[in-house]
Design a binder for this molecule. Structure first.
Ligand code: BES
Ligand code: ZN
Length: 621
């Protein structure tokens, strides 16, 4: 899901990589089955995980032992775990004759990996698996020193969502199961390790780091990063990690984090994870952000120097409630994570930066939603909130629908029932289901019981069923309006009527004004008009990744070749899929640029995370 809110995947692309997974998961009597997991979660649940890992930068492998404390509530004779590209050495239980027989099964689907079936004996409660990852593990990116800010040390990070945890840890890899974890990680002495857990704030001399996550989490929130890292505190419960070269900039950019946390707590209740820290990754990080608990992973491409892209932090922080606390039961229910989080994100942004700002974000999201619907086709099943990605890689079913249609649905409820009632409803929802998983049916029931209160007329008036189970957009979808963007529209009109770029009134424009200006440029602008914009506003050379990206797409679509050298530099430096994939797709659509796209990709590919290069491979294949 790279094409998130602000993105712009051309439509065929959107379909290509946002299509979803199979669900079939209900949690009746403790047992449930997720189409994206081989694990026999209908009879055994992992309760705690203990990891001991050695990080080998030379071989590009993690190796060690995972010990799983299991609750075998149906006295199953086997424990089935998810694995992908793992080498398994040994499986043991506790006690005498610890060795347990195991076998790796088969799977027709590469993204699913292979089931590891372990024979259990009566009373087995801890199972340990000794294993090693592949250098090509899809969750992991091993960076050479040149790919870091400091250029001196290598770097490693993981990305487990949606179903990549199994490429670095054998586990029940489904969001429907949660467990606590502890870990001991050995890294080269000049590096520091961080996880989605309690973290060090300084390097130690041994290179051995201990971690503890005392709240139960699903597997997709397991995370690890290793690099030459520094920490800077914002206040007593939050701070930021980055390479030494980036730490000042990162600390400045995200300085509002403590206020964001307080604002979020005021809205929907206490932050329940202890610390909230941010880790700024190298530019090859494939996402904008990832809500790893206690430690949000963030792309450096939101560090602009003017704090204009910090809604990303509001978003990842909001996941501490919507997603990490109340978790989508399967990837068919991903709108319960992303739609709620996008709604919550904008509430934080409104409270902190005002309604004008929030309306710009809303408008951009709404435009993304309309574009996504157009690309998917309005009857596409992938435009439903209740997805069915059972037979696909979950990343393929995911689109901005989960984010923006999900957000619009909640905004509609807010409008219908009033903000204070809706807020009380959401707060109670997070409290009631804290540390549990939630599927679409269960949420719908909760909504009927607690907000709609079984008033039939209300239910049909708000088109409840249509919103959740049908494709397209119901007629009562809120249409946002942004006074700020109307000013931008005026300037764009003036330009289209012939005013020179230099005559436009752009004083005080923020990143979002520019995005709105650029995204709505018409297809028929001539080369010289494009050049006028570029020369006047230095768009090709913009250090702001969002502005550069919006401009590059226009440049490509208008055959404005002046931007090509900048596009090449961008693609060689940045690996964020939301930018990279649409750029290659746009280049590939123009006969004149097909060769250029391939040449750049040949050089850039090895610098991308597996998530990014797999998606680009599909586009350029
Ligand atoms: N959890 C997502 C990232 C994700 C989703 C990874 C699905 C893998 C599968 C994260 O919270 C997210 O939505 N990131 C967005 C940020 C945004 C909408 C502010 C991104 O990366 O662009
Ligand atoms: Zn998200």
């Amino acid at each position: 899901m790279f094409s998130v809110r602000i993105v712009l995947l051309p439509l065929f692309l959107t379909t290509l990589f946002f299509s979803g997974c199979r669900s079939g998961s209900t949690e009746a009597d403790g047992g449930f089955q997720d189409a994206h997991s081989f694990a026999n979660t209908d009879s055994v649940h992992i309760r705690h995980m203990d990891l001991t890992l050695n990080v080998d930068f030379e071989k590009r492998t993690l190796s060690g032992v995972v010990s799983l404390k299991i609750d075998n509530f149906k006295k199953a004779r086997t424990l089935i775990l998810d694995t992908r590209d793992l080498e398994i050495f040994k499986v043991e239980a506790e006690g005498e004759n610890p060795q347990r027989h195991y076998s790796l099964g088969e799977s027709g689907k590469g993204y699913m990996g292979l089931p590891l079936t372990i024979d259990l004996q009566a009373g087995d409660s801890i199972i340990s698996v000794a294993y090693k990852t592949s250098p090509r593990a899809a969750a992991l990116q091993w960076l050479a020193p040149e790919q870091t800010a400091g250029k001196k040390y290598p770097f490693l990070f993981s990305q487990s969502q949606a179903i990549l945890a199994r490429t670095w840890i054998p586990c029940q890899d489904t969001p429907g199961i949660r467990f606590t974890y502890t870990a001991t990680v050995q890294v080269p002495r000049d590096l520091m390790a961080l996880m989605s857990a309690s973290n060090p704030q300084q390097k130690n001399k041994t290179g051995i780091y201990h971690f503890e996550m005392e709240q139960p989490i699903p597997s997709y929130l397991l995370a690890l990063a290793v690099g030459d890292l520094r920490f800077r505190a914002f206040d007593e419960r939050s701070g930021v990690y980055a390479e030494p070269e980036m730490i000042d900039k990162a600390a400045y950019e995200f300085a509002d984090t403590p206020r964001m946390i307080k604002t979020a707590e005021k809205l929907y209740g206490p932050y329940r994870w202890g610390r909230y820290d941010i880790l700024v990754l190298p530019p090859s990080f494939p996402y904008g952000g990832m809500e790893n608990p206690r430690l949000t992973f963030a792309t450096p491409t939101v560090i602009t120097g003017d704090r204009s892209l910090v809604s990303l932090i509001a978003h990842e922080l909001a996941h501490s409630w919507s997603g990490n606390l109340v978790t989508n039961a399967t990837w068919n229910d991903v709108w319960l994570n992303e739609g709620f989080t996008t709604y919550f994100e904008l509430r934080i942004m409104e409270a902190l930066y005002g309604r004008d700002y929030e309306q710009m974000l809303e408008q951009i999201g709404y435009q993304d939603l309309l574009r996504t619907l157009e690309e998917l086709g309005k009857d596409s099943p992938d435009s439903r909130l209740a997805l069915n990605v059972d037979d696909r890689d979950p990343d393929e079913g995911l689109s901005l629908i989960a984010y923006e249609k999900g957000r619009s649905f909640l905004k509609m409820l807010e409008t219908e029932f009033g903000r204070s009632r809706f807020d009380a409803f959401l707060k109670k929802y997070f409290d009631t289901y804290a540390f549990q998983s939630m599927d679409t049916e269960r949420f719908t029931r909760y909504l009927r019981d607690n907000l709609i209160k079984h008033r039939r007329r209300v239910e049909s008036q708000i088109h409840l069923r249509q919103w959740i189970y049908e494709p397209g957009l119901p007629e009562n979808c809120p249409v946002p309006d942004s006074p700020e963007f109307r000013k931008v529209d005026e300037q764009r009109m003036a330009f289209l009527k012939g005013a020179a770029a230099g005559q436009l009134k752009v004083q005080g424009w923020t990143t979002h004004h520019w995005l709105h200006f650029l995204r709505a440029l018409p297809a028929n602008l001539t080369h010289s008009r494009m050049a006028d914009l570029d020369k006047t506003f230095k768009l090709s050379a913009s250090p702001n990744s969002e502005i550069a990206f919006a401009w590059f797409l226009q440049a490509i679509n208008h055959n404005y070749s002046g931007a090509l050298p900048y596009i090449e530099r961008f693609l060689l430096h940045v690996g964020r899929a939301k930018f990279v994939v649409p750029l290659y797709a746009a280049l590939n659509k123009q006969d004149a640029y097909k060769k250029f796209a391939r040449e750049v990709y040949k050089k850039a590919r090895e610098g991308y995370h597996p998530v990014t290069y797999s998606a680009v491979d599909r586009v350029l294949k």
